[in-house]
Design a protein around this ligand. Structure first.
Ligand SMILES: O=C(O)CCC(=O)C(=O)O
Length: 326
C-alpha cells in the first residue's frame, strides 16, 4: 500500500491579533499618522506571510506517488496530488455558483442539458487566485503540457444517484475544436472521498493481466466492474489521454462517472488541448489550427498524414486550409 503524505500548509506563526496588540501597546504616545503607518506595515507583513504559505514550496513530482493504471487508454493516478487545503478551497469557490451540468451537442457543439450528465458544476477562471494558479502550475508540471493549453478548471458536485454516462472528452463537432484543437488530456482531481459509488470508469479499457490480478472488485459499485475504474479519494488526481501520440482520437478513452450511492462526490476537471486554448478564434470555418500547417502541407503531410491534416467530416483535421479541402 502506498502511504499518502499530504503536505500541510504551514500556518503563519504570528497572529494578526497578537501583532495588532503589540503595535497598539508600542504606539502609546505616537501620532495618529504614525500609528496608521505602523498598522499598514503590519498588514503587509501578515498578508505576505499568508500568501507565502500558499506559494512558498515549489511543487516537485514524486514518482513513487504515481501509478499507471492502464496503457489503453494511457491513464495514471497521482496519490495526494492536491493538499486538503487546495481541495477545500476549490469546493468553497464553487459552492455558491453551481448550476446543472451540460453536455456538448455532437452536431452543433452547443451546450445542452441531458440525462447523460446529472451533476452540477461551475468553471473557475484561470489563475483566479494564488491557490488556483498553483494548482494549474502543478498540472502543467505533472503533465508536461503547457498551462495555456488548458481550459478553466470545472468543479463538479455529484449528489446521491448523480452520474456522467460514458463519453469521450474529444469533440466530434467543428465548433469546439476550433479553439485549441482537440482535447488531448484530462486531469480529474478528486476533492472529496465518496463512501460508495462515484468511481471514474473506463469501460473500453484493455485490462492487463497484471492489473486484473492486483485489484479486488469488493469495494466497487456494479457500474465500475467493467474495464478499469478509479475510486475517488480526496486529493488524488487521474490523468488520461483522449488522443493517441499521433494526435488521433483514442476510442479506449471512453469514460464516465458512476452514480454516487452513498455520500457526495466533488471533483475538479482540467481539460487540456493540443494547442493554445487562450487564443480566440474567428468564425471562419476554413482555417488552419496550427501555425505550422503551411510548412507541413508543403512537404506532403496532407497525403502522408491525412488523419491529422485533413480529418473527416465528423472530426475535421487541423490543416484543412493548407491542404485545400475547404
Ligand atoms: O466524474 C467523473 O468521474 C468523470 C467526469 C468526466 O468524465 C468529465 O468531467 O469529463
Amino acid at each position: 500500500m502506498i502511504l499518502r503524505r499530504i503536505a500541510r500548509k504551514t500556518k503563519p506563526d504570528i497572529s494578526l491579533a497578537s501583532l495588532s496588540a503589540a503595535v497598539i501597546m508600542g504606539c502609546r504616545g505616537v501620532s495618529l499618522r504614525q500609528f496608521l503607518f505602523l498598522f499598514s506595515v503590519l498588514l503587509i507583513v501578515v498578508n505576505g506571510s499568508v500568501s507565502s504559505s500558499v506559494n512558498s514550496k515549489p511543487f516537485v513530482i514524486d514518482p513513487s506517488k504515481v501509478k499507471q493504471i492502464s496503457w489503453k487508454p494511457r491513464a495514471f493516478v497521482y496519490e495526494g496530488f492536491l493538499t486538503d487545503e487546495e481541495c477545500d478551497h476549490l469546493v468553497s469557490l464553487a459552492k455558491s455558483e453551481l448550476k446543472r451540468s451540460a453536455v456538448a451537442d455532437n452536431l452543433s457543439g452547443q451546450s445542452k442539458l441531458s440525462e447523460v450528465r446529472t451533476s452540477s458544476g461551475m468553471f473557475i477562471s484561470k489563475s483566479k487566485d494564488a491557490i488556483v494558479d498553483r494548482i494549474e502550475d502543478k498540472i502543467a508540471t505533472w503533465t508536461f503540457l503547457p498551462k495555456e493549453n488548458g481550459e478553466d478548471i470545472q468543479v463538479l458536485r455529484y449528489e446521491h444517484g448523480q452520474k456522467y454516462d460514458p463519453h469521450y472528452d474529444y469533440f466530434v463537432d467543428k465548433v469546439n475544436i476550433a479553439r485549441g484543437g482537440h482535447r488531448t488530456a484530462t486531469v480529474l482531481m478528486y476533492l472529496s472521498d465518496v463512501a460508495k459509488g462515484g468511481e471514474t470508469t473506463f469501460p473500453s479499457a484493455e485490462e492487463s493481466p497484471r492489473h486484473k490480478s492486483s485489484t479486488s472488485d469488493d469495494n466497487l459499485s456494479d457500474c465500475a466492474k467493467k474495464g478499469i475504474a478509479v475510486k475517488p479519494h480526496k486529493g488524488d488526481a487521474l490523468l488520461f489521454f483522449s488522443l493517441f501520440p499521433s494526435a488521433t482520437p483514442d476510442p479506449s478513452s471512453l469514460h464516465g462517472g458512476c452514480p454516487v450511492i452513498e455520500g457526495e462526490k466533488w471533483s475538479a476537471t482540467k481539460w487540456i488541448h493540443v494547442d493554445n486554448f487562450n487564443k480566440m478564434v474567428g468564425n471562419s470555418s476554413c482555417s488552419d489550427l496550427n501555425d505550422n500547417c503551411e510548412k507541413w502541407a508543403a512537404v506532403g503531410e496532407c497525403t502522408k498524414n491525412p488523419e491529422y491534416m485533413v480529418g473527416t467530416t465528423d472530426l475535421p483535421g487541423y490543416c484543412r486550409r493548407s491542404c485545400n479541402v475547404c
